[in-house]
Design a protein around this ligand. Structure first.
Ligand code: XLS
Ligand code: MG
Length: 343
């Protein structure tokens, strides 16, 4: 029996378009996706603000809340809940040059308006958690912004959100680049520094995405451990990445099995999930997947997580203790590999 509850966003089941080619699969209606997620064993859905309320820029705050309540009913009808709501601060023309760090004051005000609406939507969905992935908080040309001012502007925005709602919790999802050339917040260390500097550090934590850590040249399990050490791991996006290139959002564990095991093991050992946290997936089906098999990447990622969870639960800690005492880490390393390769 898994200790984990799983969550997934509707964007994980996409039509397969990429930067070099158009859509290859049919669109699937949101309520159909939710029903399938439930059948697959997911417990929660994670959202961008406009996944819940399309075209929210054109709606009143009251209408936005009303639409959010309709989605909450779809979730409830399927026995599902919401994990978090993330403002999509990278699509709108007013976020071309960043959101909280945009050079235009009116663009920064728009970004804050969207962040406040994500708080409203999260409250209507009953999840109380807002996710900030700083997609364009950085520069394409280093001289276009001051990184120092960027950090201060972002901190001010986080504080504004914390003041807007005295209960909302925020996670920051660090990523070193893409779509921007250099972000101001590449690692979990940057995320938790913003937390510590905020007006309420207890309500600001981190979300670790495996591929983002790999793109930063870091070890995902150690990024998790850094947040866990401070009791600030509010979420995860487990996936995988084949080296330093564009963000591939590959199925969890398919490229770096040892690194995937280390991630699951640190989550198991630290009872991740015992305070209501979810194993979130942020994975894309290969563009080659046909419509009939367009959920396979989610099924595979969940299965690999559970298989590695069983490996973590059957780990020989007595042998680990002996090898550490004898400082024989080669034997320990070989044990781990044999443990993973054993049927
Ligand atoms: C990018 C982010 C994005 C959403 C959800 O990796 O995870 O998918 O903002 O956080
Ligand atoms: Mg992600």
């Amino acid at each position: 029996m898994s200790q984990f509850k799983f969550s997934v966003g509707p964007w994980n089941v996409s039509e397969g378009a990429d930067a070099f080619g158009p859509e290859v699969r049919k669109s699937i209606a949101f309520d159909k996706k939710v029903a399938t997620f439930k059948k697959m064993g997911f417990d929660a859905v994670q959202f961008h603000d406009d996944d819940v309320v399309p075209n929210l820029n054109d709606l009143s705050e009251a209408k936005i809340k009303e639409k959010a309540r309709e989605v909450k009913k779809v979730l409830a009808d399927n026995g599902m809940v919401a994990e978090f709501v993330a403002p999509r601060l990278w699509f709108d023309p007013r976020t071309i040059d960043g959101a909280f760090t945009a050079n235009s004051k009116t663009d920064r005000e728009f970004a804050l308006w969207r962040a406040f609406r994500s708080v409203d939507i999260a409250n209507e969905l009953g999840c109380g958690l807002v996710g900030l992935w700083f997609a364009r908080e950085g520069t394409l040309c280093a001289e276009s912004k001051s990184a120092i001012d960027g950090v201060k502007l972002t901190l001010e925005a986080i504080n504004q959100i914390l003041k807007y709602d005295s209960k909302i919790k925020i996670f920051i999802e660090p990523k070193p680049n893409e779509p921007t050339d250099r972000t101001f917040y590449p690692t979990m260390g940057h995320a938790l520094t913003l937390s510590a500097a905020s007006i309420d550090p207890s309500r600001v934590g981190g979300m670790m995405e495996s591929a983002h850590a790999i793109l930063a040249g870091l070890d995902p399990a150690n990024e998790l451990s850094f947040a866990l050490a401070f009791g600030k791991l509010f979420g995860v996006h487990l996936n995988d990445q084949n080296g330093m290139k564009y963000d591939q959002d590959k199925s969890f564990g398919v490229e770096n099995l040892r690194a995937a095991f280390n991630q699951v093991k640190v989550l198991v050992e630290n009872k991740y999930g015992s305070k209501g946290e979810y194993i979130g997936l942020d994975v894309k089906a290969m563009r080659t997947q046909r419509d009939e098999v367009c959920y396979k990447h989610l099924e595979n990622s969940m299965k690999i997580t559970k298989l590695l969870e069983a490996k973590a639960q059957s780990f020989d800690y007595a042998l680990q203790k002996k090898c550490v005492a004898e400082r024989d880490y080669e034997t320990l390393e070989m044990y781990v590999l044999e443990h993973l390769m054993k049927g």
